[in-house]
Write a protein that binds this ligand. Structure first.
Ligand code: GLA
Length: 633
C-alpha cells in the first residue's frame, strides 16, 4: 500500500476478532490495524459445517485524506508443512477446456494466472487441488481443493520456501491493477473457497458439489430445463420457417425449451456472421419479420418454451451501437483497435453502459415475459484495455469491470430472480463461483465431440456439480447417438441437432432417453459423485451418482479407444451401503442393440459390489452403458 505521504509499507497488527455462529455457518472476522496509518484490514472466514467448506476474503479500508494505492490484495493465504506437495491444475484453450495435469512442486514459485479480464479462464481456470506428502487419488490422500470466485483476472501462487514450507496465495491478479482506493471505501476481495479432505480428491469434490448446490450456485436445488439449441445445426443461417420446424423437433424429443442462438439480431448490420451486428439487439427483420414475440408464441403453440442467446457486454465495430457510442468501448487512444472474433468489449465501468446491458435483458423480458431461458455469452478477452469513463484511473479498470458486471447481474436478479441463465464464454472461458451466484448453469466447451466431452466434463466435475454443466448431444464427433446421449446425461442434458435428420430408431431412442433423463435427473443432479475409473488412467471412464440414503445409484461407463481384444477388470463401486442388497439394470438401451451387459436384473450385496465389483460391457471402442443400481428389500 502506498500512503498519501509516499510511505510504501503496511504493518498489520492484530486488533480484535469476532466469531458468530448461525446454524451451519460460523463466521470469524479478524481485524488488523496499522499502528501509524489509519488503515484497517479485516480477514473474514465463513465455515460451512456440513459441507466442510471454508470461504474466505479480505476487506481493506482507510481514512487517509486522499486515495491510497494498493499494489497487492490477496483473498487468502494458506500455509502448509509437508515433505512433498503435489499440485493438480486445469488448463486448456478454446474447445479443449479443463485438461488436468498433476506435478510435484519444487522450490520457488509456481503461478497459475490470467490477465485476460473478461474471458479470463480461456487458458487457466482458477481451481486447484493440492496434495500433501504424496499424490492423492480418488479415495485416499490429504488434499486441499480451492477455487477463487472471481470472473476476471486471477492469480494463484504456490511458493515452497527455504524451509520447505508451502504458501498458497489466491486473489485477483495485481498485474497492471494498482488500485486507487478512496477514503472510507471498503475494498472487498473475491471469495476464496476451499475444502480439506483426508480421503482423497473424491470427497473434496463432493464437498464442493454439496456446498455449491446449497450456497454457491443460483437456485442450486431447483429444476433445470432440458433444451434443444440451434447453434450447431444452423449457425447464422436460419429464418422463421427453419426455426418453427426446429420447435417441432424439440416438442417431439420431449425437451422443455428451444434455445435460439446467435444470429437473430441486427438490421443496419445484420448478424449473418460474427463480423457484424453485435450490440444491436433488435430482431433482424429479414430473418424474423414478425419479431421475437411471434417466435415465442410459435414455440409455445408447439408446446415448448423459448430461450435466447445474447452477448450484451460486447460490440462489433460494424454495428449501430459502435457508431452511436464510440465512447462506450474499452480501447486505447492513439492505437489501432485490437479485435478478437471481430469484436470489442464495452466499458462496463460506465453506468450508462451498465444500464444498456441491463436493458438488453429487461426490454426483451418486458416485451416477452414468457422467455424462459437465456444464454449469456462473452466471446473475447480484454486487450489494449483503456476505459474512456475511468479517465486517469486506468489501473482500476480490470477490477471495476468485474464489479460492474456483478452489479448488473444483481440488478437483473432483483427483477428476475429465478430466470435460468447459462454462463457461456466461447465455451468455458468464464466458469467460476463469483459468476455462478447469478447463473444457474454453464456451457463447458464449444467442443461437443462426445469423446472430448468425457474429459472436459470429467475435469469440471472436480469442482462444479453436474447440475451446472450443460452437455449437448450434437452431430460433432463420430460416436454413436447412444454414446453421445450417455455422455450428455452425465450432467444437464440438451440437444443441438436437427431432429428430422434422426432415423426412426434414433428418434425412438432419443425420446426414451429424454424420458429416462426426466426420471433420473434428481439423482444425477443431487446424488453424490464417485469417479471410479479415470479416462486419464485407462481407456475408459466410469463414474456413478449415489442418492444420500444409498438406496439408488446410477453408473455411467464410457470406453475410449481400447486396443483390440482388451479386457477391462470389474469396477469396484464406491458409496453404496455394504449391508444393502442391490439390483442392477441397464437403462438407455438403443432398441435392438445389445451392449453385452449380462448381469441384467441380478442382485448383489453392497459389500460384493464394493469389494469385487461389477463387470461392465463396454470393451470395444466408443461404447457406453448406463446402469441403474437399486436397493431391493
Ligand atoms: C460462442 C458459444 C457458442 C455459440 C457461439 C455463437 O462461441 O460458446 O455456443 O453460442 O458463441 O456465436
Amino acid at each position: 500500500m502506498l500512503h498519501n505521504d509516499g510511505n510504501p509499507s503496511l504493518e498489520l497488527l492484530y486488533a480484535e476478532d469476532k466469531t458468530v455462529r448461525d446454524g451451519n455457518l460460523t463466521t470469524t472476522s479478524i481485524i488488523l490495524k496499522d499502528p501509524v496509518y489509519p488503515v484497517t484490514v479485516k480477514l473474514v472466514f465463513v465455515a460451512y459445517y456440513n459441507e466442510d467448506i471454508i470461504k474466505t476474503w479480505t476487506e481493506i479500508s482507510h481514512q487517509e485524506k486522499n486515495p491510497v494505492i494498493l499494489s497487492n490484495f490477496a483473498s487468502a493465504m494458506i500455509h502448509l508443512e509437508a515433505d512433498h506437495y503435489w499440485l493438480t491444475q486445469f488448463h486448456g484453450d478454446w474447445a479443449r477446456e479443463m485438461r488436468m495435469e498433476e506435478s510435484e512442486l519444487t522450490s520457488g514459485i509456481k503461478t497459475i494466472d490470467s490477465k485476460l479480464g473478461t474471458r479470463a479462464n480461456i487458458f487457466q481456470t482458477p481451481v486447484f487441488m493440492l496434495a500433501k506428502n504424496k499424490a492423492a487419488d480418488e479415495n485416499s490422500g490429504e488434499v486441499i481443493a480451492g477455487t477463487l470466485g472471481w470472473t476476471g483476472s486471477f492469480q494463484l501462487s504456490f511458493e515452497i520456501d527455504n524451509s520447505n514450507s508451502l504458501r498458497m496465495i489466491a486473489g485477483m491478479n495485481p498485474f497492471a491493477s494498482e488500485y486507487h482506493l478512496k477514503p472510507n471505501e471498503n475494498f472487498v476481495t473475491p471469495e476464496f473457497i476451499f475444502t480439506f479432505s483426508a480421503q482423497g480428491k473424491g470427497l473434496a469434490s463432493r464437498n464442493f458439489h454439496q456446498w455449491a448446490r446449497n450456497y454457491g450456485v443460483m437456485d442450486g436445488h431447483a429444476n433445470r430445463l432440458t433444451l434443444l439449441n440451434n447453434w450447431e445445426s444452423t449457425y447464422f443461417d436460419f429464418n422463421e420457417k427453419t426455426l418453427t420446424e426446429l420447435f417441432g423437433g424439440a416438442k417431439e424429443l420431449g425437451v422443455d425449451v428451444f434455445l435460439l442462438d446467435d444470429g437473430w439480431f441486427g438490421n443496419k448490420y445484420p448478424r449473418n456472421s460474427d463480423q457484424t451486428g453485435l450490440g444491436d439487439w433488435q430482431a433482424n427483420k429479414q430473418k424474423l419479420p414478425h419479431g421475437l414475440g411471434y417466435l415465442v408464441e410459435q414455440a409455445e403453440a408447439k408446446g415448448v418454451k423459448f430461450g435466447i442467446w445474447i452477448e450484451p457486454e460486447m460490440v462489433n465495430p460494424k454495428s449501430e451501437l459502435y457508431e452511436k457510442h464510440p465512447d462506450w468501448i474499452l480501447k486505447l487512444p492513439n492505437r489501432d483497435e485490437n479485435y478478437y472474433r471481430n469484436q470489442l468489449v464495452l466499458d462496463l465501468t460506465n453506468p450508462q453502459v451498465q444500464d444498456f446491458v441491463f436493458n438488453v435483458v429487461d426490454e426483451m423480458m418486458t416485451k416477452n415475459p414468457s422467455i424462459a431461458f437465456i444464454k449469456w455469452d462473452c466471446n473475447r478477452m480484454m486487450t489494449n484495455t483503456y476505459s474512456p469513463y475511468m479517465k486517469d484511473n486506468q489501473s482500476n479498470v480490470q477490477i471495476d469491470y468485474v464489479r460492474s458486471f456483478y452489479q448488473v447481474m444483481q440488478r437483473l436478479r432483483a427483477k428476475y430472480p429465478h430466470l435460468p441463465i447459462m454462463l457461456c464464454s466461447g465455451g468455458g472461458g468464464r466458469t467460476d463461483y463469483g459468476a455462478l451466484k447469478y447463473f444457474t448453469e454453464f456451457w463447458p466447451s464449444d467442443n461437443t465431440d462426445a469423446l472430448e466431452r468425457v474429459f472436459i466434463q470429467w475435469g469440471y466435475s472436480y469442482f462444479f456439480p453436474n447440475i451446472t454443466s450443460c452437455n449437448h448431444i450434437t452431430t460433432m464427433g463420430k460416436q454413436s447417438l447412444k454414446y453421445k446421449t450417455d455422455v450428455a446425461m452425465m450432467g444437464k442434458m440438451g440437444y443441438d441437432i436437427r431432429v428430422n435428420e434422426l432415423s426412426a430408431q434414433e428418434l425412438e431412442f432419443s425420446k426414451m432417453a429424454v424420458q429416462n433423463y426426466n426420471r433420473l435427473k434428481g439423482l444425477i443432479w443431487n446424488g453424490d459423485l464417485y469417479r471410479l475409473v479415470s479416462p486419464y488412467e485407462e481407456e475408459r471412464a466410469v463414474l456413478m451418482y449415489v442418492s444420500a440414503d444409498k438406496t439408488k445409484s446410477l453408473l455411467f461407463a464410457y470406453s475410449l479407444h481400447p486396443r483390440a481384444f482388451s479386457h477391462f477388470s470389474p469396477v469396484r463401486l464406491t458409496g453404496l451401503d455394504p449391508q444393502k442388497t442391490y439390483k442392477v439394470e441397464e437403462t438407455n438401451k438403443m432398441p435392438g442393440v445389445h451392449t453385452g451387459f449380462n448381469l441384467e436384473g441380478k442382485t448383489f450385496s453392497g459389500d460384493y459390489l464394493i469389494k469385487v465389483g461389477l463387470s461392465l460391457p463396454n470393451n470395444s471402442e466408443l461404447t457406453s452403458a448406463v446402469i441403474e443400481i437399486t436397493e431391493v428389500k
